[in-house]
Write a protein that binds this ligand. Structure first.
Ligand SMILES: [Zn+2]
Length: 78
């Protein structure tokens, strides 16, 4: 028994469903490709806030935050 090959396959770069016969001519939509890449990185994006919070609580992070505050130029009053 043979399984027939699917007529459409997802594009590896943008995730769009592309007909097998149109695969050579397929051009990724820029917005769709960006959404697809962000979707693949969602775990890292979701973890960023927590990791940044942990960093800010560490001795190195506390020093960096203190130094950034200290180094900031005062606001110009008009
Ligand atoms: Zn594509």
């Amino acid at each position: 028994m043979f399984l027939s090959e699917p007529q459409h396959m997802p594009c590896n770069d943008c995730g769009a469903s592309v007909a097998r016969t149109e695969r050579e001519q397929h051009m990724c939509d820029v917005d769709r490709r960006l959404d697809f890449e962000l979707f693949q990185l969602r775990g890292e994006v979701d973890a960023f806030d927590e990791e940044f919070g942990v960093y800010l609580e560490s001795p190195v992070g506390r020093f960096a935050a203190w130094y950034a505050t200290r180094s900031r130029r005062p606001l110009q009053e008009s």
